[in-house]
Write a protein that binds this ligand. Sequence first.
Ligand code: AMP
Length: 284
Amino acid sequence: MEIIENIASMQAFAERKRMEGKLMGLVPTMGSLHEGHLTLIREAKSRTDIVVVSIFVNPTQFGPGEDYDSYPRDLEGDARKVISAGGDMIFSPSASDMYPEGYLTYVDVGKVTEPLCGLSRPEHFRAVATVVNKLFNIIKPHKAFFGQKDYQQSVVIKRMVKDLNMDIDIIVLPTVREPDGLAMSSRNSYLSEEERKVSPVLYKSLTIASCMIRDREKNARKILSAIKRMIEKEPLVSIDYIAITDSETLKDIDEIKGKTLIALAVRIGKMRLIDNILTEPQGS
Ligand code: AMP
């Protein structure tokens, strides 16, 4: 597997493939790949000719005190996984090439970056939108693939693509989970045995909340309390936020009508875990 580290080489490769008439797919990641990423790569391969997997731990999207330095990195292992999933190329630039001295430009997507994870990570989505925009400019994909696991991120990217008239198809695929329901994440490997044992409570509480909505419970406050009660039974878990929102605007809703997002973030030990579920009342 060839790994391109140089931005100009990546641009030249992508341009050549486009000129050859190839349909280009991009799967942006921070590496330490797991089955969630591999599902995106396989799906990208089934829908495009050339699949580029970017592996870049983007320093600007980590806040002060977050885990940029300790974020798991395994480029060699990742390369084997990309091959096995049918990816064609890895793009893994250095931080100093992506943000050379004098770098000034950022993409601010506005309102949808503010609630949910934006509350405790105020600069995060500006940094994500910026790096994804840069990756789009370098790799020139026709289609880019994201996971529902980071639902707010996918909303931000879709908004950016629409608002800035970028000719790129954004495809969001369902969250891949461990057998006990925990959403796969590169950070899960840092959970202690005890922390790992309690972590399925996230998805369990989301599933119960989703059932309440499907059974036509309309009162968001009641559903939020049910999730909170379940999570608070686990002393190792502390809640960052639980929210029930409109699935597009990400604005809180009081009365559930149509398609609804239930999203949460918790801390378990040093780890911050997020999860979400999309649901709607049965028959609506
Ligand atoms: P990351 O490497 O965590 O930045 O994630 C890269 C891409 O993989 C993002 O679009 C994520 O939403 C997606 N992703 C991460 N975990 C999962 C998962 N468990 N299931 C599906 N997609 C995922």
